[in-house]
Design a protein around this ligand. Structure first.
Ligand code: FAD
Ligand code: NAP
Length: 337
């Protein structure tokens, strides 16, 4: 096992703050991952597995072992008349997998184009965009269960996927994921009725739909609206979209006729958190070394933070303001350590 001591975490997460890890190890096989966990357990220190670090804020030094997952490989295991089944190492880059599938004409994850991060982190918050969630394409997940110290296979049902949620998020750091199996469609089922995909396809002059055309449209929209984490520190949407009752929605709608919201059941609505934050005046606002991105208020950006505390404090200010104005408590989507 390759072990580094007292290293800066700055290169390993997209907010790029300067916290350190007492121990750090890169693993590229499931045996190395198990060895790393056993080593930390033996020393009775905490451990944390990370992928590309695009959904993390470190607020203090990590006094344990950070395990960076680089387990690679994309393998077709079998296929039937309608589907192709793939097994993918958790360290693969998510967008690389999406591009690989599009190139092979396998549908199902094209709407998740250009989401940063690794395949292994995708089920943690059940990554979603443009009306598609990764849980829809997952068959099963292979993970080391640190409660029973055994490798296990979780079926899609076991994963308890929900809106930006899963068993992996509910029981944080219990399951360390090494591999995922996906079921992809040979006959594509295009989903273009979300956000501005259709408008963008039209602007791009697309006459015949294809997986590639949808992916290109989404890449184009995302590139224009979201900060590139390689250039501007951020972790994507900082908060989840809150759900409110129909009654609360109707009251808000009277007060704020431009409120952006979508019904999710007969008596509940999803409110666009970005709209709430923007309407409180935070869009483009900078406080010290952090701020809300000028093109999407839901994204907190760094202007060169030293500590993730700065991000955490600013996010608390947003939570407090939104609560005061709308009586809605925002929940952070990003993982704070
Ligand atoms: P990390 O940040 O490294 O880890 C995230 C969490 O997962 C941590 O708690 C970590 O401990 C855990 N984890 C990571 N790997 C494993 C593993 N192998 N086993 C167990 N636990 C693990 N998210 C969306 O849902 N939709 C979007 O459209 C979207 N757009 C984004 C756009 C931008 C510009 C950015 C910066 C982020 C965006 N995100 C989005 C968030 C982010 O891309 C996803 O959450 C992604 O899955 C994080 O992958 P990662 O490898 O960077 O995870
Ligand atoms: P957008 O298209 O401007 O939409 C604003 C909000 O309205 C989004 O939160 C989205 O909810 C919701 N929405 C839009 N069309 C909808 C529809 N037809 N039905 C139900 N809800 C609808 O959002 P955006 O900021 O540009 O992001 C586009 C997509 O990428 C969204 O799906 C968003 O979740 C995803 N994204 C996620 C992250 C992240 O870090 N989690 C970062 C960037 C983008 P949902 O968010 O529930 O989809």
């Amino acid at each position: 096992m390759q072990l580094q001591e007292n290293i800066s975490l700055q290169p390993y997460h997209s907010f790029a703050s300067q916290e350190k890890a007492a121990f750090f190890s890169i693993v590229s096989t499931d045996i190395e991952m198990e060895t790393a966990i056993a080593w930390a357990q033996d020393k009775a220190i905490p451990f944390l597995v990370i992928g590309a670090g695009t959904n993390i804020v470190f607020t203090k030094n990590f006094e344990g072992l950070i395990i960076k997952n680089e387990i690679m490989g994309i393998r077709k295991t079998h296929e039937d008349a309608s589907h192709v089944y793939l097994t993918v190492g958790a360290g693969e880059n998510w967008h690389h997998l999406v591009s690989f599938c599009i190139h092979k004409s396998w549908g199902g994850i094209e709407n998740l184009s250009l989401i940063p991060g690794t395949v292994g982190a995708a089920p943690i918050q059940n990554i979603g965009a443009y009306g598609v969630e990764v849980g829809e394409a997952i068959e099963h997940v292979t993970a080391f269960d640190t409660l029973i110290d055994q490798w296990i296979t979780l079926t899609k049902a076991d994963c308890l996927f929900g809106y930006r949620d899963s068993i992996f998020k509910q029981q944080k750091n219990r399951y360390l994921i090494s591999e995922l199996s996906f079921k992809l469609n040979k006959q594509p089922n295009f989903k273009t009725d979300y956000g501005v995909i259709r408008d963008r396809l039209h602007d791009m002059g697309v006459k015949t739909l294809s997986l590639e055309a949808i992916s290109n449209a989404i890449i184009h929209i995302r590139s224009q609206k979201l900060p590139d984490p390689k250039l501007i520190g951020n972790a994507g949407s900082f908060f989840k979209n809150p759900t409110v009752s129909k009654e609360q929605y109707e009251k808000l709608q009277v007060q704020y006729p431009k409120l952006v919201a979508y019904p999710i059941s007969d008596n509940s609505y999803k409110i666009a958190a970005g709209w709430l934050i923007e309407n409180c005046g935070f869009k483009g606002v900078r406080k010290g070394n952090v701020g809300c991105y000028e093109k999407q208020a839901l994204v907190i950006v760094s202007y060169g933070i030293e500590s993730g505390q700065e991000v955490n404090h600013f996010s608390q200010e947003i939570i407090d303001t939104v609560l005061k104005v709308y009586d809605i408590e925002l929940e952070r989507e990003v993982n704070i350590y």
